[in-house]
Design a protein around this ligand. Structure first.
Ligand code: ADE
Length: 231
Protein backbone atom coordinates (compact mmCIF):
# COMPACT_ATOMS: atom_id res chain seq x y z
CA UNK A 1 0.00 0.00 0.00
CA UNK A 2 1.33 3.41 -1.00
CA UNK A 3 -0.53 5.29 1.71
CA UNK A 4 -2.10 4.02 4.91
CA UNK A 5 -4.74 5.73 7.01
CA UNK A 6 -4.42 5.29 10.78
CA UNK A 7 -7.43 6.32 12.88
CA UNK A 8 -7.87 6.62 16.63
CA UNK A 9 -10.95 8.10 18.28
CA UNK A 10 -9.30 9.92 21.17
CA UNK A 11 -6.07 11.82 21.79
CA UNK A 12 -4.63 9.00 23.95
CA UNK A 13 -5.11 6.58 21.06
CA UNK A 14 -3.07 8.60 18.55
CA UNK A 15 -0.55 10.32 20.87
CA UNK A 16 2.31 7.82 20.44
CA UNK A 17 1.93 7.84 16.65
CA UNK A 18 2.16 11.63 16.72
CA UNK A 19 5.38 11.44 18.71
CA UNK A 20 7.00 9.08 16.21
CA UNK A 21 5.80 10.46 12.87
CA UNK A 22 8.17 12.48 10.69
CA UNK A 23 7.71 15.24 8.12
CA UNK A 24 4.21 15.91 9.35
CA UNK A 25 1.91 18.17 7.41
CA UNK A 26 -1.49 18.96 8.90
CA UNK A 27 -4.66 19.61 6.90
CA UNK A 28 -7.99 20.30 8.54
CA UNK A 29 -11.20 19.10 6.94
CA UNK A 30 -14.67 18.86 8.55
CA UNK A 31 -12.97 20.00 11.77
CA UNK A 32 -10.79 16.88 11.77
CA UNK A 33 -6.98 17.24 11.66
CA UNK A 34 -5.37 14.92 9.09
CA UNK A 35 -1.64 14.50 9.66
CA UNK A 36 0.24 13.31 6.62
CA UNK A 37 3.75 12.11 7.26
CA UNK A 38 6.09 9.16 7.43
CA UNK A 39 6.43 6.29 9.84
CA UNK A 40 9.14 3.68 9.21
CA UNK A 41 9.55 5.16 5.77
CA UNK A 42 5.90 4.67 4.81
CA UNK A 43 3.34 7.28 3.94
CA UNK A 44 0.80 7.48 6.72
CA UNK A 45 -2.19 9.74 7.30
CA UNK A 46 -2.97 9.86 11.01
CA UNK A 47 -6.18 11.26 12.44
CA UNK A 48 -8.25 11.54 15.54
CA UNK A 49 -11.80 10.89 14.38
CA UNK A 50 -13.57 11.80 17.58
CA UNK A 51 -15.90 9.38 19.35
CA UNK A 52 -18.77 7.53 17.68
CA UNK A 53 -19.84 6.11 14.36
CA UNK A 54 -20.64 9.38 12.57
CA UNK A 55 -17.20 10.82 13.32
CA UNK A 56 -15.58 7.56 12.29
CA UNK A 57 -17.52 7.37 9.02
CA UNK A 58 -16.76 10.96 7.97
CA UNK A 59 -13.08 10.54 8.84
CA UNK A 60 -12.80 7.32 6.85
CA UNK A 61 -14.49 8.70 3.73
CA UNK A 62 -12.22 11.77 3.82
CA UNK A 63 -9.15 9.58 4.24
CA UNK A 64 -10.16 7.72 1.10
CA UNK A 65 -11.40 10.60 -1.09
CA UNK A 66 -9.22 13.52 -0.06
CA UNK A 67 -6.05 11.79 1.09
CA UNK A 68 -6.09 8.74 -1.19
CA UNK A 69 -5.30 6.09 1.41
CA UNK A 70 -5.25 2.51 0.12
CA UNK A 71 -5.77 0.81 3.47
CA UNK A 72 -7.14 1.82 6.87
CA UNK A 73 -6.06 0.65 10.32
CA UNK A 74 -8.07 1.56 13.41
CA UNK A 75 -6.11 1.65 16.67
CA UNK A 76 -7.52 2.06 20.16
CA UNK A 77 -9.18 0.67 23.24
CA UNK A 78 -12.39 -1.29 23.80
CA UNK A 79 -14.49 -2.99 26.43
CA UNK A 80 -14.02 -6.77 26.58
CA UNK A 81 -17.19 -8.74 25.78
CA UNK A 82 -15.82 -12.28 25.58
CA UNK A 83 -15.56 -13.37 29.25
CA UNK A 84 -12.16 -14.93 28.55
CA UNK A 85 -10.71 -11.50 27.83
CA UNK A 86 -9.22 -9.21 30.46
CA UNK A 87 -7.90 -5.67 30.62
CA UNK A 88 -4.74 -5.47 28.51
CA UNK A 89 -5.71 -8.28 26.12
CA UNK A 90 -5.95 -7.63 22.39
CA UNK A 91 -8.76 -8.08 19.89
CA UNK A 92 -8.06 -8.03 16.17
CA UNK A 93 -11.21 -7.82 14.07
CA UNK A 94 -12.24 -10.82 12.01
CA UNK A 95 -15.31 -8.70 11.21
CA UNK A 96 -17.39 -5.99 12.80
CA UNK A 97 -21.04 -5.00 13.10
CA UNK A 98 -23.20 -2.28 14.62
CA UNK A 99 -24.79 -3.65 17.78
CA UNK A 100 -27.10 -0.62 18.09
CA UNK A 101 -28.69 -1.04 14.65
CA UNK A 102 -32.17 -2.10 15.75
CA UNK A 103 -35.00 -2.65 13.27
CA UNK A 104 -36.36 -5.63 15.20
CA UNK A 105 -39.83 -3.99 15.20
CA UNK A 106 -39.98 -4.75 11.47
CA UNK A 107 -38.71 -8.28 11.94
CA UNK A 108 -35.04 -7.74 11.14
CA UNK A 109 -32.62 -9.46 13.52
CA UNK A 110 -30.75 -7.23 15.95
CA UNK A 111 -27.72 -5.60 14.31
CA UNK A 112 -29.06 -6.09 10.78
CA UNK A 113 -29.04 -3.10 8.46
CA UNK A 114 -32.26 -3.42 6.44
CA UNK A 115 -32.02 -3.98 2.69
CA UNK A 116 -28.22 -4.28 2.66
CA UNK A 117 -26.44 -7.35 1.41
CA UNK A 118 -24.59 -7.74 4.70
CA UNK A 119 -24.29 -6.19 8.14
CA UNK A 120 -21.00 -7.93 8.95
CA UNK A 121 -17.93 -6.24 7.56
CA UNK A 122 -14.90 -8.52 7.34
CA UNK A 123 -11.37 -7.25 7.90
CA UNK A 124 -8.81 -7.70 5.14
CA UNK A 125 -7.06 -11.10 5.39
CA UNK A 126 -3.54 -9.82 4.92
CA UNK A 127 -3.89 -6.93 7.38
CA UNK A 128 -5.56 -9.22 9.91
CA UNK A 129 -2.76 -11.77 9.68
CA UNK A 130 -0.08 -9.11 10.04
CA UNK A 131 -1.86 -7.70 13.08
CA UNK A 132 -2.17 -11.14 14.61
CA UNK A 133 1.55 -11.82 14.11
CA UNK A 134 2.45 -8.46 15.62
CA UNK A 135 0.09 -9.03 18.54
CA UNK A 136 1.45 -12.48 19.26
CA UNK A 137 5.03 -11.19 19.11
CA UNK A 138 4.43 -8.22 21.41
CA UNK A 139 1.48 -8.81 23.70
CA UNK A 140 1.91 -10.27 27.17
CA UNK A 141 -1.81 -11.04 27.33
CA UNK A 142 -4.22 -12.88 25.08
CA UNK A 143 -4.57 -11.98 21.41
CA UNK A 144 -7.96 -12.89 20.03
CA UNK A 145 -9.20 -12.58 16.46
CA UNK A 146 -12.91 -11.98 16.79
CA UNK A 147 -15.99 -9.92 16.17
CA UNK A 148 -15.91 -6.23 17.05
CA UNK A 149 -19.28 -4.75 18.05
CA UNK A 150 -19.69 -1.02 17.58
CA UNK A 151 -22.42 1.31 18.79
CA UNK A 152 -22.93 4.85 19.98
CA UNK A 153 -23.03 3.66 23.59
CA UNK A 154 -20.43 3.24 26.30
CA UNK A 155 -21.33 -0.19 27.69
CA UNK A 156 -21.06 -0.38 31.46
CA UNK A 157 -23.47 -3.07 32.62
CA UNK A 158 -23.07 -6.78 33.24
CA UNK A 159 -26.46 -7.60 31.72
CA UNK A 160 -25.85 -5.60 28.56
CA UNK A 161 -22.40 -7.05 28.00
CA UNK A 162 -23.72 -10.60 28.57
CA UNK A 163 -26.36 -10.01 25.87
CA UNK A 164 -23.75 -8.69 23.44
CA UNK A 165 -21.82 -11.90 23.95
CA UNK A 166 -24.75 -14.29 23.75
CA UNK A 167 -26.81 -12.64 21.02
CA UNK A 168 -24.12 -11.15 18.82
CA UNK A 169 -21.03 -13.23 19.67
CA UNK A 170 -18.84 -10.18 20.21
CA UNK A 171 -15.24 -10.31 21.35
CA UNK A 172 -15.21 -6.63 22.32
CA UNK A 173 -17.30 -3.48 22.12
CA UNK A 174 -16.36 0.05 21.12
CA UNK A 175 -17.85 3.01 19.28
CA UNK A 176 -16.23 3.36 15.84
CA UNK A 177 -14.88 0.17 14.26
CA UNK A 178 -17.92 -1.05 12.32
CA UNK A 179 -18.47 2.43 10.86
CA UNK A 180 -14.89 2.49 9.57
CA UNK A 181 -15.35 -1.05 8.28
CA UNK A 182 -18.61 -0.27 6.48
CA UNK A 183 -17.20 2.82 4.78
CA UNK A 184 -14.10 0.85 3.74
CA UNK A 185 -16.30 -1.92 2.39
CA UNK A 186 -18.46 0.54 0.42
CA UNK A 187 -15.26 1.94 -1.15
CA UNK A 188 -13.56 -1.46 -1.56
CA UNK A 189 -10.62 -0.44 0.61
CA UNK A 190 -9.00 -2.99 2.96
CA UNK A 191 -9.09 -2.37 6.72
CA UNK A 192 -8.46 -3.94 10.10
CA UNK A 193 -9.40 -2.91 13.65
CA UNK A 194 -6.94 -3.39 16.52
CA UNK A 195 -8.26 -2.88 20.03
CA UNK A 196 -6.65 -3.29 23.43
CA UNK A 197 -9.06 -3.92 26.33
CA UNK A 198 -9.36 -1.01 28.76
CA UNK A 199 -12.30 -2.49 30.70
CA UNK A 200 -14.82 -5.32 30.72
CA UNK A 201 -17.89 -3.25 29.77
CA UNK A 202 -19.45 -4.10 33.16
CA UNK A 203 -20.37 -2.10 36.26
CA UNK A 204 -16.71 -1.11 36.79
CA UNK A 205 -16.12 -0.10 33.16
CA UNK A 206 -16.12 3.66 33.79
CA UNK A 207 -13.50 3.33 36.54
CA UNK A 208 -11.34 0.87 34.61
CA UNK A 209 -11.60 2.90 31.42
CA UNK A 210 -10.20 5.96 33.20
CA UNK A 211 -7.44 3.91 34.78
CA UNK A 212 -6.34 1.74 31.86
CA UNK A 213 -6.97 3.72 28.68
CA UNK A 214 -3.43 5.10 28.46
CA UNK A 215 -1.83 1.71 28.95
CA UNK A 216 -4.23 -0.02 26.56
CA UNK A 217 -3.63 2.69 23.93
CA UNK A 218 0.06 1.94 24.21
CA UNK A 219 -0.52 -1.80 23.61
CA UNK A 220 -2.49 -1.03 20.48
CA UNK A 221 0.11 1.47 19.25
CA UNK A 222 2.92 -1.06 19.59
CA UNK A 223 1.05 -3.62 17.51
CA UNK A 224 0.17 -1.18 14.74
CA UNK A 225 3.72 0.17 14.76
CA UNK A 226 5.16 -3.33 14.38
CA UNK A 227 2.61 -4.09 11.69
CA UNK A 228 3.52 -1.02 9.64
CA UNK A 229 7.15 -2.15 9.62
CA UNK A 230 6.12 -5.49 8.07
CA UNK A 231 3.76 -4.09 5.45
N1 ADE B 1 -14.34 1.77 24.69
C1 ADE B 1 -13.65 1.31 25.75
N2 ADE B 1 -14.46 0.70 26.62
C2 ADE B 1 -15.71 0.77 26.10
C3 ADE B 1 -16.99 0.34 26.54
N3 ADE B 1 -17.14 -0.29 27.70
N4 ADE B 1 -18.07 0.62 25.75
C4 ADE B 1 -17.90 1.27 24.58
N5 ADE B 1 -16.73 1.70 24.12
C5 ADE B 1 -15.63 1.47 24.88
Amino acid sequence: YEKIGVIGAMQEEIELFLEHMEQVQVTEKAQIAFREGRLHGRSVVLCKSGVGKVNAAVTTQLLIDTFGVEAVVFTGVAGAVDPELNVGDIVISSESMQHDMDVTALGFPRGTIPYEETSLFPADDKLRKLAEEAGTALSEGRVKVGRVLSGDQFIASRDTVAKLYEELQGACTEMEGAAVAQVCSMNRIPHVIIRSMSDKADGSAHVNFAEFTLQASRNSYRIVDHMLKQL
